[in-house]
Design a protein around this ligand. Structure first.
Ligand SMILES: Cc1cc2nc3c(=O)[nH]c(=O)nc-3n(C[C@H](O)[C@H](O)[C@H](O)COP(=O)(O)OP(=O)(O)OC[C@H]3O[C@@H](n4cnc5c(N)ncnc54)[C@H](O)[C@@H]3O)c2cc1C
Length: 490
C-alpha cells in the first residue's frame, strides 16, 4: 500500500512537492483553499483581458528545465517561452529612460555610455557572479539546511568564502561601478530578494548573472501557464488536486500528524507537507504545543515587502511602454527607508509597470493594452480604498508624464490588490507578498526549518522556508522537501 501524503496549498512549492512525492510512489492529495491552483501566481480574466495576479519575471530558465526534467519532461512540452529583447526599460524621468538590450555586447555599450570602462568591468563582475550562480543555484539552494554539517565539506567551506557571504551586495557592486544609475540597474534584481542591497549578502550577485547572462523570458499566455503545466504534470503522476478545500486543522496524536481537517471532510495522512504560508500553518493549523515557532519568533522576522497592485485594461495601445518598465524616477533610499526602517506608506514610491500585451496579443483584446502596476510597500499596513486611490493617482501622474498621453481616461477595467487581499486569499502573515527577506540572518539554516521539531511527519515548503522567495526557489523548495520526506518515510 502506498503511503498517503497530504500537501496543503497548490502554489508552486506545494505542486512541486506533490508531483515529486507522487513520482516517488506516495499517494498524494493536494488540499487548496482557493478555487484555482497557483497561489500567488493565479490569473483572472475580465473584459477580454487575462491578468497574471503575481509574478511577471521569468528568470533562471535552467531551474524550470531542471524541474520538468526530473519527470522526463521539459517546459517546451507545456508552454512556449520567448526571450524578451530589450529585457526591460528603466525610467529615470519623463524624458530620461534606458532600455537594457538582451545581448551582452550591446549591454556593455550601454554601460560604457553611462560610465567609461563600465562595459569591461561588467564582464569581470559577471565572471564572479557566474561562479556564485553555479555554487549557489547548483549546490546551496538544494541543501535542506537542517544541519550545519551539510555545509561542512572543505570544498563548500572554501566556496562560502569565495561567495562573499559576509560582504553586502551594496559594497560589492561599488567596487565595480560608481555611476548612480548603473548602481541602480545592478541593484534592481536584488530587490526581488526582499531586502535592501546593504542588507543582502554579496553572493546574491548571482541574481545579476541570472538576469543579464541567462535573460528575461516570458511564457506565451502568461506566467500562469507554468501553473497549468505543473498541475497537468502533477495529475499525470497521479496527484489529486482538490480546490476549494481550505484546511482548518492538522490533527496530531503522539507527535504524529495523522489527519488533516477541511470544511469538506477529514483526510488521513502518513505524512503532511504544508505549502501554505508557514506562519499560518504553524500558528493556526496546529495546537500550541506542536508549533515550531512562537509569536515572538515570527514578530522578529524581517519580511519581504508587500505590494499595492493595479490590474488595468486600457482601450488603446501605449507605444512608449515596453513589456517591463521600472520607474526609478524618485529617491530609492527614501522608499527603502519607508519599507524597512520606518514602515509606512511611501512618500514618493518607485514602481513597476508590466505590459505583457507588448509581447503577447492573447492577453488583451486587439488594439488594447494589459497593464499590471506594482508598488512595493511595507508589510502590515492598512490599505483602505482611499489610500489605494491616492497611490493610483500618484503613479498615474508619473506614468502619463512618461508616456506623454492620458491613460486614466482609457481605463476600461481596474482592480486593486494589497495587504488585506494577500491575507484573505493566502493567509499571508502581515499581508506579505514574497515571504521572508533574504538577509544573512535569514539564510539557509537560519530560515524557518523545513521540518517540524515536535511533529515527526510534518514538513514545510514554500517561500517562507528554504531556499526562499521567488518562483524558481519555490520549485526547488518543493523538490527538496519531497527528497527529505522520501528519505524518512519512503
Ligand atoms: C505581486 C507579486 C509579484 C511577484 N513577482 C515575481 C516575479 O516576477 N518572479 C518571481 O520569480 N517571483 C515573483 N513573486 C514571488 C513568487 O510569486 C512567490 O515566491 C511564489 O509564488 C510563492 O509560491 P509558494 O508556493 O511558496 O506560495 P503560494 O503561492 O502563496 O502558495 C500557497 C498556497 O497555499 C494556499 N493556502 C493557504 N492557506 C491554506 C489553507 N489553510 N488550506 C489550504 N490551502 C491554503 C494558498 O491559497 C496558496 O495557493 C511575486 C510575488 C507576488 C505576490
Amino acid at each position: 500500500m502506498s503511503k498517503k501524503a497530504i500537501v496543503i496549498g497548490a502554489g508552486f512549492a506545494g505542486l512541486s512537492a506533490a508531483t515529486s512525492l507522487a513520482d516517488k510512489g506516495f499517494e498524494v492529495t493536494v488540499l487548496e483553499k482557493n478555487t484555482q491552483a497557483g497561489g500567488r501566481a493565479r490569473v483572472f480574466e475580465q473584459n477580454g483581458f487575462t491578468f497574471d495576479m503575481g509574478p511577471s519575471w521569468y528568470w533562471m530558465p535552467d531551474v524550470f528545465e531542471t524541474y520538468f526534467g526530473r519527470f522526463g519532461k521539459k517546459p517546451a512540452d507545456y508552454y512556449n517561452l520567448v526571450r524578451l529583447d530589450p529585457s526591460y526599460a528603466v525610467i529615470f524621468g519623463p524624458d530620461d529612460a534606458v532600455s537594457l538590450p538582451a545581448g551582452i555586447e550591446k549591454l556593455q555599450a550601454v554601460f560604457d555610455e553611462m560610465e567609461p570602462g563600465a562595459g569591461r568591468r561588467l564582464l569581470d563582475f559577471l565572471k564572479q557572479a557566474a561562479y556564485k550562480y553555479d555554487v549557489g543555484i547548483n549546490q546551496f539552494v538544494w541543501k535542506p539546511s537542517r544541519r550545519v554539517s551539510e555545509f561542512m565539506s572543505l570544498q563548500l567551506l572554501s566556496d562560502v568564502l569565495r561567495l562573499d557571504v559576509f560582504q553586502s551586495f551594496a559594497s560589492h557592486v561599488r567596487k565595480y561601478f560608481s555611476n548612480e544609475r548603473l548602481l541602480q540597474l545592478m541593484e534592481f534584481p536584488i530587490l526581488f530578494l526582499g531586502a535592501t542591497p546593504a542588507n543582502t549578502p554579496a553572493m546574491y550577485s548571482l541574481m545579476n548573472y541570472a538576469e543579464i547572462s541567462m535573460g528575461t523570458w516570458y511564457p506565451m499566455g502568461g506566467m500562469h501557464e507554468i501553473v497549468k503545466a505543473m498541475v497537468k504534470l502533477a495529475e499525470e503522476k497521479g496527484v489529486t488536486v482538490l480546490l476549494n478545500h481550505p484546511v482548518k486543522q492538522i490533527s496530531v496524536t503522539n507527535g504524529i500528524a495523522n489527519k488533516v481537517e477541511t470544511y469538506q471532510g477529514t483526510f488521513e495522512a502518513d505524512v503532511v507537507v504544508a505549502g501554505a504560508d508557514y506562519q499560518h500553518v504553524d500558528s493556526q493549523l496546529l495546537t500550541p504545543e506542536y508549533r515550531n515557532y512562537d509569536d515572538r519568533y515570527w514578530n522578529s522576522r524581517v519580511l519581504a515587502p508587500s505590494s499595492l497592485l493595479f490590474y488595468l485594461g486600457i482601450d488603446k495601445r501605449v507605444p512608449r511602454l515596453q513589456h517591463h518598465n521600472l520607474f526609478f524616477d524618485e529617491d530609492f533610499g527614501l522608499h527603502a527607508l519607508e519599507i524597512y526602517e520606518k514602515p509606512q506608506w511611501p512618500t514618493k514610491p518607485l514602481f513597476y509597470v508590466s505590459a505583457p500585451s507588448k509581447t503577447d496579443p492573447g492577453v488583451a483584446p486587439a488594439g488594447m493594452e494589459n497593464l499590471f502596476i506594482l508598488i512595493p510597500v511595507a508589510p502590515d499596513l492598512n490599505d483602505p480604498d482611499e489610500t489605494r486611490e491616492r497611490y493610483y493617482n500618484i503613479v498615474m501622474e508619473r506614468l502619463e508624464a512618461y508616456v506623454g498621453e492620458s491613460i486614466r481616461d482609457h481605463v476600461i477595467f481596474k482592480r486593486s490588490y494589497a495587504h488585506s487581499n494577500f491575507m484573505a486569499d493566502y493567509h499571508a502573515f502581515r499581508g506579505n507578498a514574497y515571504g521572508l527577506a533574504n538577509t544573512l540572518r535569514q539564510t539557509a539554516i537560519l530560515k524557518p526549518g523545513l521540518k517540524n521539531r515536535k511533529v515527526n511527519n510534518l514538513f514545510y515548503t514554500g517561500q517562507l522556508t528554504v531556499p526562499g522567495p521567488g518562483v524558481p526557489p519555490s520549485l526547488i523548495s518543493g523538490l527538496v522537501v519531497a527528497d527529505e520526506v522520501a528519505k524518512e518515510f519512503g
